[in-house]
Write a protein that binds this ligand. Structure first.
Ligand code: MN
Length: 317
């Protein structure tokens, strides 16, 4: 496992990338431990699909395996119905979950959650719908996105169904706003990594950091919770240097000092020259994830500046 071997270098490289010599080195006693799973937070439900989370996203995500995620086989069908309906249990565990939900390259878990929610909403199957709202939350669907989906579905499937579903959303998401929520289990094919606590002083909100490689061009996957952004900062270098961002999930922002903010979506690429003061982060209502590439340079270091003005940020859509 390339990442395992190189992980020892990761903290030092992260230090350079994030804050230069003045920043603390992130201690990571268990570099290969999986990201905090949200499965434990899911209440049991009669719908065996609710235990999909126990499978930790899916069975076939090679990057998840790289990141050390455990591979659990779906067993809910057999556990709950194996004695009564063994064939159904087998199809549930091995085919629906093992062979269909797990095909992340064909359709992401988040998209699978959205269409499943729509189907269950249409059929008025509320216990299963609640389970899949929980799964959808773990797959990165925000509270505001769930509300938006139900608002639209109400026109196609029936107004009363929306009245029945909004309380379920309230139950699943609680009173949480768009901040301070646990990281979704799935945002992209790249691992979310660990909480970026060592650099919290340079961020507003919670970010997560996953080193993808520390060889050749170091690449990190950075995940921002809704509303999270880093402070204004400058990537300094005597020559070369700078940073590249490759957006992979959600919606976010990038802004250079003196310029208008630039909205970011998956597929967008940002080239940040050395010496340019800037910030990057999530939109206020969306998780956001970008790969950060450290462009090789001479005597690279970061200078952290003031936080992004709250009033200006909150005006961004
Ligand atoms: Mn930067």
């Amino acid at each position: 496992m390339k990442m395992n071997k190189t992980f020892g270098l990761a903290a030092a490289v992260i230090s350079l990338w994030l804050g230069g010599l003045s920043a603390p080195v992130q201690a990571d006693p268990e570099p290969n431990s999986p990201p905090a799973a949200s499965a434990d937070a899911i209440a049991p439900c009669a719908d065996c699909a609710s235990l999909l989370l126990a499978q930790n996203g899916s069975g076939s995500n090679s990057r998840s395996r790289k990141a050390g995620k455990p591979m659990k086989k779906q067993t809910a069908g057999r556990e709950r119905l194996g004695d009564l309906a063994p064939k159904f249990a087998e199809l549930n565990d091995d085919v629906l979950f093992g062979e269909v939900w797990s095909r992340e390259e064909q359709l992401s878990p988040r998209d699978r959650s959205l269409i499943t929610i729509a189907a269950l909403f249409s059929a008025g199957l509320y216990p299963q719908l609640k389970s899949h709202l929980q799964i959808g939350k773990a797959h990165g669907i925000s509270k505001s996105e769930a509300v938006e989906a139900v608002t639209q579905l109400a026109f196609y499937c029936g107004w009363p169904k929306a009245w029945s579903t909004f309380p379920l959303i309230r139950e699943v998401y609680g009173d949480e706003g768009n901040g301070n929520v646990s990281a979704p289990e799935y945002l992209s094919a790249f691992p979310i990594g660990q909480k970026n606590d060592a650099y919290a002083q340079y961020f507003i909100g919670q970010s997560y950091l996953a080193p993808l490689t520390t060889e050749q061009v170091p690449v990190f996957n950075v995940t921002f919770e809704p509303g999270c952004r880093n402070n204004w900062h400058i990537h300094h270098a005597k020559s070369g240097g700078g940073q590249m961002l490759i957006c992979v999930s959600g919606r976010g922002w990038y802004q250079e000092w003196g310029k208008e903010p630039q909205e970011l979506h998956p597929g967008d690429v940002v080239n940040i020259p050395a010496g340019v003061k800037h910030w990057h982060g999530a939109a206020k209502d969306s998780w956001f994830q970008h790969l950060a590439l450290e462009v090789p340079g001479v005597e690279g270091k970061n200078e952290w500046c003031e936080p992004v003005d709250d009033a200006a940020y909150s005006k961004l859509p």
